[in-house]
Design a protein around this ligand. Structure first.
Ligand code: GLN
Length: 532
């Protein structure tokens, strides 16, 4: 029998529900249980793929090509399990599926309603996550804050599940804020009480409350929360603000959160192995060196838009006992007459990540030119690779009007062009080249030295590709195509051998980086940036 954990949030958004869910998952996995995670997002978009990163932060891509919420990135980085299509469910996905069934005649003769049709579909998505993953524990995080109109159907579905499966098989974790009032120098529990009341109004009594507070609650406040919210004192887990997020699972472990869960589920308290994780916490707490790396993008005001890239840089830093600090550079600002030397003065490496549309493109190209001409280590990801090719075509091959049909549909020299299979596609949602594709690596290349493998598999999210018609001239001038998807004859990795470290990839390596196992491309880029 699969056990189900539901994680809700109250009082305010941004409490770290995703990290709470991931930390609990890590503890249960470290006790030998197979855990699977999923996120419910109450918006109407079928997936976040069509949303602006300013709205939603990064779109995280799973191996099976699903475009998902950035919380899935936290999940994968914490539990080191590949998630999939079942891991991100939106209101849009649920309604599309119910409406499709209605049109097919599945409910012939009936009136299709939120209860039971929508709630049944939601429950099916939870069960599906359990059956497709074979996990013994499924953790479902519900996006948004209790009280939101949008999430009502989700909470109702969870309430029904508790009713059907009982307390032994379902468990509610509610995360809340306990604010500190500076005037009276007090932590306040009232918002937590109200949030739990709101949840109870929907028929759900939480089993565990996770409080987010700047410092310890103390016995009195804990007892008060316990009394008002009908939750045992030992089921109140404190998520005290920390600088090192990897400390959170350890803090939960010290408060026996995993024991509380396993006890309610009547599951064995198997021996825990947190050795690797504790070592990570220790490494991150004691980084000896520092390196600055510039990240040039158009969404830099919202760091969440590049969260996996930033994390992957930091992971590589851990390997070299180095704190990677990011110089967030707004690409649009580089379009004005700028002093590049000043902007990149302390940056030992330059990274241009993925992106869409024409805003800020010329600024990114100028940053790449600066990296190439000054032998600054460069890593270009997806759009960052495409622009590196355009820059090279313009400034080294002399094709001064080189561009991509993404920015200039009628350009005369489309160095980057729409993939053949993309030309007939009309819909925008879910139609990019997504997820895992393999790539053959050329021996004697930087890519090979980095991966030490001839065949790799990486995650993709793009519509455009390097135009094969220009391969010869680019190669003649010194660009090397060190990674090729042989099946479709697509260039996956480019590099410049006469440069210290200049590499670009069409895929997104950041999605596969883990804090305890950094990605090879980030590894070599950060290492070279440190070594100068
Ligand atoms: N916009 C480019 C494309 O669609 C690059 C995509 C990306 O960087 N993820 O091909």
């Amino acid at each position: 029998m699969t056990k189900y954990i539901f994680v809700t949030g109250g009082v305010v958004s941004g409490l770290g529900k995703g990290i709470t869910a991931s930390s609990l998952a890590l503890l249960l996995k470290s006790r030998g249980y197979k855990v699977f995670m999923q996120k419910f997002d109450p918006y109407i978009n079928v997936d976040p793929g069509t949303m602006s990163p300013f709205q939603h932060g990064e779109v995280f891509v799973t191996a099976d090509g699903s475009e998902t919420d950035l919380d899935l990135g936290h999940y994968e980085r914490f539990i080191d399990e590949e998630l999939n299509y079942s891991s991100n469910v939106t209101t849009g996905k649920i309604y599309s599926s119910v409406i499709e069934k209605e049109r097919r005649g599945d409910f012939l003769g009936g009136t299709v309603q939120i209860v039971p049709h929508i709630t049944n579909e939601i429950k099916n998505k939870i069960i599906e996550a359990s059956t497709t993953s074979g996990a013994s524990i499924v953790i479902t995080e519900i996006g948004g804050t209790i009280g939101d109109i949008e999430s009502l159907a989700f909470i109702e579905a969870l309430r029904q599940m508790r009713n059907e499966l009982g307390k032994e098989n379902t468990l509610f974790v509610h995360t809340t804020l306990v604010p500190y009032i500076y005037g009276s120098l007090e932590l306040k529990s009232k918002p937590t009480q109200h949030s739990v009341m709101e949840l109870r109004g929907l028929g759900v009594q939480p089993d565990i409350i996770v409080t987010r507070n700047p410092f310890e609650l103390g016995d009195e406040l804990k007892k008060k929360i316990s009394l008002y919210c009908s939750v045992d004192v030992e089921n109140i887990i404190e998520a005290i603000d920390v600088e090192n997020i990897y400390q959170i699972p350890i803090n939960f472990f010290n408060q026996k959160m995993d024991e509380v869960v396993l006890k309610q589920f009547n599951l064995d308290l198997k021996k825990i192995n947190l050795k690797e994780w504790k070592k990570l916490v220790d490494t991150v707490d004691n980084l000896k060196k520092k390196v600055e790396i510039a990240l040039v993008g158009k969404y830099v005001e919202l760091h969440d838009a590049y969260i996996s890239v930033a994390e992957a840089l930091r992971h590589a830093g851990y390997k070299y006992n180095t704190d990677v600090s990011i110089n967030w550079v707004d690409s649009e600002k580089l379009e004005e007459n700028t002093d590049f030397k000043k902007i990149f003065k302390n940056s030992k490496g330059i990274l241009v990540p993925g992106g869409f549309g024409s805003r800020g493109i010329e600024g990114k190209i100028r940053a790449i030119k600066y990296a190439r001409e000054n032998d600054v280590p460069y890593l270009g990801i997806c759009l960052g690779m495409q622009l590196a090719v355009i820059e090279f075509a313009r400034n080294v091959c002399g094709i001064t009007d080189a561009s991509s049909t993404e920015f200039d549909e009628l350009c005369i020299n489309p160095i980057i062009d729409l993939m053949a299979e993309q030309k007939s596609i009309i819909n925008m949602g879910g139609t990019l080249r997504l997820g895992n594709y393999s790539c053959k690596i050329k021996k004697d290349s930087l890519a090979y030295n980095t991966y030490k493998m001839e065949e790799i598999v990486e995650r993709h999210r793009h519509r455009y590709e390097l135009n094969n018609k220009y391969r010869n001239i680019l190669e003649e001038k010194g660009m090397v195509f060190s990674g090729i998807n042989e099946k479709s004859n697509l260039v996956e990795i480019i590099e410049l051998p006469n440069h210290k470290h200049f590499i670009g990839c069409q895929f997104h390596p950041e999605f596969k980086s883990r804090p305890t196992r950094c990605h090879p491309l980030f590894d070599s880029f950060v290492k070279q940036s440190i070594n100068g």
